[in-house]
Design a protein. Structure first.
Length: 497
C-alpha cells in the first residue's frame, strides 16, 4: 500500500525508544500507519473491543496471531490482542517478548487493565494512536505517554482535503438533564436513558431528521430501547445493537441506500468503517469529548456522493453541565455563551470559533469569569493558587495588570502541556511558575491578581468611575447592582484587549 505523505511523516516522527502518542483524526488512517512501523522484533497491538482486534490484520505483510477469547497466538511476528484477554494471559509471554507495543484507541490507556499490561512488558517502543487523547473520567494520559510526537487533528484533515467539511446544526428536542447524575466524567447511563427515552422527545428527534437530515443518516441513542423507539418513528430505519449479528450486511445495504437510517447504541463509536454517512444525529448527549468526537468521526470520510457532513446536535436543558456539541470539535466550550444565545452557534464548522467568540464576548459572560475559571480548574484538577485569571473563549488564561500589562498562559494541549516563557511544560507547572512570578515581581499589584483580596474589596458597589467607563464602552448593558469585582472583570476585557 502506498502511504500518504503525512502517514510517512507519522512513522518518521517516532523515536528510537520510549512511550509516545500520535493523534490522528478519525479517517486519516492510523491503522495503516501503525502496520507500517518498521519492526525489529515481535509486535503487540492492543485493542479494547472485539471488532477492533481483527481489523488491522489485512494491513500486515506477515503471519498474524490473536489473543482474543478462544484464540491463542503461536509465536507470530505480530500479535493482535484484546486488552481483556491479554491482561489475563500475561504469564504466557516473556517480559521482553515484544520489541514494539501499539495501543489502538489509546485514550483508554490510563485504565487499570491497560496499566497492568504496560507494567508487565518491557518493549523498546510503545506507541499510542488515537483521535481523541482525552479520557472522560479526567485520568491524564501523561501517566502513560511521555509526549505527543505527531498531531494531525480534525481541522487539519478537513483543511487539507482528507476529510469532509461539516455543517453544524442545533435542534432543541425538549430534554432536561439538569438532574441526571454524573459518573466517570459523563452522564450516568441509566438516568440519562430515563431522561431521554420519552415519546415526545423521540418524535422530536424524528421530526428533526425529516426537517434537517440529508441522505444516509446515523443516529446515536442512549440505550437499545431508546434506539428501537426512535427507529419506530422513522419508517425504514434499522436498529443496530451489540446483539445485531449481521452488522456488515446492514452497513452494505445502508451504503447502497437500501436502508436510509441506522439508529445505534454505542456501536458505531470507534473503528467501524461506514463508507457513506451524510448526516450524524447526536441523540445521546455526552460530556465526554472523546466519545463525542468518535461519534462524529463516523461521518468524516470522503465519498463521491457527499459534499459535506450534516451534524445535528439534539439539545435541551442541561443545568450546569457542559454538553459536548459541534464547538467541541474545534476546541471551544460554550460555558461563556449566554444561554439565550447558544442556538446561534451553528453553521460551517470553521465559522464556529468566530461565532462563539462574538457571542461570549459580552459583559454578561465577563462577570461570570471567576465561576468559569473555578469550574475549569476543578474539572481538570488544576491549582490556580487563587490567581485572578480571565479565561478566554479559546481556553487561554490571562492575568491583567495595570498599564495594559497582561500575562498569558496558552490553553493546554491534549496531554495537558502549555508554553510558558517559551518552554513547553505541564499546565500545572506553568500555573505554579506564574504564581511565583506574581509573588516576586508583582506584590504591589496583589490586590488585583490575588482573587482572595479582590473578592474582599470586590463586594462593594462598583465605583462611579467604573460605571461611567462601562456605560461608555458597553452601551445598553444594565449596570444596576454591579459590584466592584464584576465591574473590574468587565474592564479587564474592554480595557486590556
Amino acid at each position: 500500500m502506498e502511504l500518504r505523505g503525512y502517514q510517512i511523516e507519522a512513522i518518521e516522527a517516532l523515536p528510537e525508544s520510549g512511550a509516545v502518542l500520535e493523534r490522528l483524526a478519525t479517517g486519516l488512517g492510523k491503522t495503516v500507519i501503525f502496520s507500517h512501523i518498521p519492526r525489529r522484533g515481535k509486535m503487540l497491538c492492543l485493542s479494547h473491543r472485539e471488532e477492533l482486534v481483527r481489523q488491522p490484520a489485512k494491513y500486515f505483510d506477515c503471519p498474524v496471531g490473536y489473543e482474543q477469547a478462544q484464540k491463542r497466538s503461536n509465536g507470530e511476528e505480530v500479535v493482535l490482542a484484546s486488552v481483556q484477554s491479554m491482561s489475563r494471559r500475561l504469564k504466557r509471554f516473556q517480559r521482553d517478548e515484544f520489541d514494539l507495543i501499539v495501543t489502538d484507541e489509546a485514550h483508554h490507556a490510563a485504565a487499570k487493565t491497560y496499566r497492568e499490561i504496560y507494567e508487565y512488558f518491557r518493549p523498546r517502543l510503545h506507541v499510542g494512536f488515537t483521535a481523541t487523547p482525552k479520557r472522560g473520567d479526567g485520568a491524564r494520559l501523561d501517566t502513560v505517554f511521555d509526549r505527543i510526537v505527531f498531531d494531525r487533528d480534525l481541522q487539519w484533515g478537513i483543511k487539507n482535503g482528507w476529510l469532509c467539511d461539516i455543517y453544524c446544526l442545533r435542534v432543541d428536542i425538549g430534554y432536561d438533564l439538569s438532574h441526571v447524575a454524573k459518573r466517570l466524567g459523563d452522564y450516568a447511563p441509566g438516568q440519562l436513558d430515563k431522561a431521554m427515552n420519552i415519546e415526545s422527545q423521540n418524535k422530536a428527534i424524528a421530526a428533526a431528521y425529516y426537517k434537517y437530515a440529508k441522505g444516509q443518516t446515523v443516529i446515536f441513542a442512549t440505550s437499545v430501547e431508546h434506539a428501537e423507539n426512535i427507529a419506530k418513528e422513522i419508517p425504514g430505519a434499522v436498529t443496530v445493537t451489540a446483539k445485531t449479528r449481521n452488522r456488515q450486511d446492514i452497513i452494505e445495504k445502508f451504503t447502497r441506500r437500501e436502508i436510509p437510517v441506522l439508529v445505534n447504541c454505542m456501536i458505531f463509536t470507534e473503528g467501524t468503517d461506514i463508507p457513506l454517512v451524510e448526516t450524524i444525529m447526536i441523540a445521546r448527549p455526552t460530556q465526554n469529548s472523546s466519545l463525542y468526537v468518535q461519534m462524529v468521526g463516523r461521518g468524516l470520510r470522503l465519498h463521491p456522493d457527499k459534499e459535506k457532513l450534516t451534524l445535528i446536535d439534539c439539545v435541551g436543558i442541561t443545568g450546569k453541565s457542559s454538553l459536548c456539541t459541534a464547538a467541541t470539535l474545534v476546541g471551544i466550550d460554550l460555558d461563556a455563551v449566554p444561554q439565550y444565545q447558544k442556538d446561534r452557534v451553528q453553521g460551517d464548522l470553521f465559522d464556529l470559533p468566530d461565532i462563539v467568540s462574538q457571542l461570549s464576548d459580552c459583559p454578561g459572560s465577563w462577570i461570570r469569569n471567576v465561576e468559569l475559571v473555578n469550574l475549569w480548574a476543578k474539572g481538570m484538577n488544576y491549582d490556580t493558587h487563587n490567581v485572578n485569571y480571565f479565561k478566554m473563549p479559546n481556553g487561554d488564561m490571562t492575568v491583567s495588570l495595570p498599564n495594559r500589562h497582561k500575562i498569558k498562559i496558552p490553553a493546554p494541549d491534549q496531554l495537558g502541556n502549555t508554553i510558558y516563557q517559551g518552554t513547553v511544560m505541564p499546565m500545572q507547572r506553568a500555573l505554579d511558575l506564574n504564581y511565583r512570578y506574581l509573588q516576586s515581581y508583582q506584590p504591589h499589584n496583589k490586590y488585583i491578581w490575588d482573587l482572595g483580596i479582590a473578592k474582599k474589596w470586590g463586594k462593594k458597589p462598583a465605583s462611579e468611575k467604573q460605571l461611567n467607563i462601562i456605560k461608555r464602552k458597553c452601551k445598553g448593558f444594565n449596570i444596576e447592582n454591579l459590584t466592584m469585582l464584576q465591574a473590574s472583570q468587565i474592564l479587564n476585557r474592554v480595557m486590556y484587549q
